[in-house]
Design a protein around this ligand. Structure first.
Ligand SMILES: Cc1cc2nc3c(=O)[nH]c(=O)nc-3n(C[C@H](O)[C@H](O)[C@H](O)COP(=O)(O)OP(=O)(O)OC[C@H]3O[C@@H](n4cnc5c(N)ncnc54)[C@H](O)[C@@H]3O)c2cc1C
Length: 365
C-alpha cells in the first residue's frame, strides 16, 4: 500500500490553506476532494467578506483566528494580486435593544484588538450612507471583500508548487487509525476503491466532516453538526450603499445584510433556514421576509428588484451562532495520534483560513 506523510480531506478554502501550509513546510501532502474541482461547496457559497474580527465571543477560536486570518489574508491578497477591496462595513441598529447589541460588539472588538471601530449616531451614519435609516452604527473600516475563487486558485497553485498533490473526484469513504498512522479508503469516479496510508490525517471535509469524524475520533469527540442554510437574493441595479450594511439581531438572521462582490453585484442575505440535507435550491417564498427585514433600514427597497440567487450551508456545532465556535481538535483532545479534526467551520472560515492553517501546523509540531 502506498504511504504518504499527510492526507488532507476536503479542498474547500480551509483544506487548501492547510495543505498549502503543510506542503510549504516540506511535508508530503495529498489533498483529497470528492468533487471535480476545489471549492464546490461552502467556500463558493458565501458573502466573500473579509471580516474584521469583532463579531465573535472573546476567547473563542473564531475571535482569535479571524483577526489573525484577516491580516494574513490581506497580506496574501496583495502578494498574489488577488482581487480584494477594503470597502468597510456598517453594523447597524434600528431599535434600542439592537443598540445594546452594538455596544457589546464594541467590547468584543476591543477584546480582539480590533481598534479601528467607530460608534456612530443615526445622523452620522446617514451622512456616510444617505439611503440608510438606523439609530446607531459601528463603522468597521477594515472589513473588506475578496474574490474567493481567485483565492482558492492561488492556494491550490501553492500546494502544487510546494510538491503537494490534489486528487479530485475522490471520495474518502473510511479512515482507520492503524500502526501509529491511518489507512484511508478512497472511492474514485469509476467506482474503484483504493487504500492509502498516512502518518497525519486532517479532516477538513466541511459538511462531510461529521461523517468522517465519528468512526475515527469517536462519538464523544464528534458533536452533531447542524446545517444552517443561508439564502441570498440578487439585487438588480445600482447598489444602494457604498459599504457593506449588516444589521444586528433578528434582522440579520432574516436575511437583512447587504453585501456586494468584487464586481459590484449587490445581494441581500443570507437568511437562516435549518436544513437536514445539502440542498442548495432557494425557495422564492423566502423573499417576502428578506424584503421586510431590509425595509427596516432601507424603506425604499423594491421587492421586484430582488431575485432568488444562490445559497450556502454553514456547518455549526450549536444552533446558537453566539455559542457555536470552531472545533479544531488534535491528539491531546481526542487521543488519536496524527489526527486533526475540524468541525463546524462556519463564518468566518474564508477570513480565518490562513490562520487556521498555521494553527493546525502548530498542533502537529
Ligand atoms: C451563507 C454563508 C455565508 C458566509 N459568509 C462568509 C463571509 O462572508 N466571510 C467568511 O470569512 N466566511 C463566510 N462563510 C463561511 C465560509 O464560507 C466557510 O467557513 C468556509 O468556506 C469553510 O470552508 P471549508 O473548506 O471548511 O468547507 P468547504 O468549502 O465545504 O469544503 C469542504 C470540502 O470537503 C469535501 N468533502 C466532503 N466530504 C468529503 C469526503 N468524504 N471525501 C473527500 N472530500 C470531501 C467537499 O466536497 C468540500 O469541497 C459563509 C458561509 C455561508 C454558508
Amino acid at each position: 500500500m502506498e504511504r504518504v506523510h499527510c492526507i488532507v480531506a476536503g479542498a474547500g478554502v480551509v483544506g487548501l490553506a492547510i495543505a498549502r501550509q503543510l506542503a510549504g513546510e516540506g511535508r508530503e501532502v495529498i489533498l483529497i476532494e470528492v468533487e471535480k474541482t476545489f471549492g464546490m461547496h461552502t467556500s463558493s457559497r458565501n458573502n466573500e467578506v473579509i471580516h474584521a474580527g469583532f463579531l465573535y465571543r472573546p476567547g473563542s477560536l473564531k475571535a482569535q483566528l479571524c483577526r489573525q486570518g484577516r491580516d494574513a489574508l490581506y497580506t496574501y491578497c496583495v502578494e498574489r494580486d488577488i482581487a480584494h477591496r477594503q470597502v468597510g462595513k456598517m453594523m447597524i441598529a434600528t431599535s434600542d435593544s439592537e443598540e445594546q447589541q452594538l455596544a457589546a460588539l464594541m467590547d468584543y472588538g476591543e477584546a480582539a484588538g480590533v481598534n479601528d471601530l467607530v460608534l456612530l449616531g443615526g445622523e452620522e451614519a446617514r451622512a456616510l450612507e444617505p439611503s440608510l435609516h438606523c439609530q446607531a452604527a459601528i463603522l468597521s473600516p477594515s472589513t473588506g471583500i475578496v474574490d474567493t475563487h481567485a483565492l482558492m486558485l492561488s492556494l491550490s497553485g501553492d500546494v502544487e508548487r510546494a510538491g503537494g498533490q490534489l486528487s479530485f473526484g475522490s471520495r474518502i469513504v473510511s479512515v482507520i487509525a492503524s500502526d501509529g498512522g491511518f489507512v484511508v479508503a478512497v472511492a474514485v469516479a469509476d467506482g474503484e476503491t483504493y487504500e492509502i496510508a498516512c502518518d497525519v490525517f486532517v479532516n477538513a471535509a466541511g459538511l462531510g466532516a461529521e461523517e468522517l469524524s465519528r468512526p475515527l475520533f469517536g462519538t464523544g469527540h464528534t458533536p452533531r453538526i447542524f446545517f444552517a442554510k443561508g439564502n441570498f437574493f440578487s439585487y438588480a441595479g445600482q447598489k444602494p450603499f457604498e459599504r457593506l450594511i449588516v444589521p444586528v439581531g433578528e434582522t440579520l438572521s432574516r436575511g437583512g445584510s447587504f453585501t456586494f462582490d468584487i464586481g459590484g453585484q449587490g445581494k441581500f442575505g443570507p437568511d437562516l433556514e435549518w436544513s437536514e440535507t445539502v440542498d442548495y435550491r432557494v425557495d422564492p417564498a423566502r423573499l417576502i421576509d428578506v424584503v421586510a427585514a431590509v425595509r427596516r433600514y432601507y424603506p425604499e427597497i423594491r421587492a421586484d428588484a430582488l431575485t432568488p440567487g444562490y445559497s450556502g450551508i454553514r456547518p455549526r456545532i450549536a444552533r446558537d451562532a453566539a455559542v457555536s465556535d470552531w472545533l479544531i481538535a488534535g491528539e491531546t483532545a481526542h487521543g488519536v495520534r496524527g489526527g486533526i479534526n475540524l468541525l463546524g467551520i462556519d463564518t468566518p472560515g474564508v477570513t480565518g483560513a490562513l490562520a487556521i492553517a498555521t494553527h493546525v501546523a502548530g498542533m502537529l509540531h
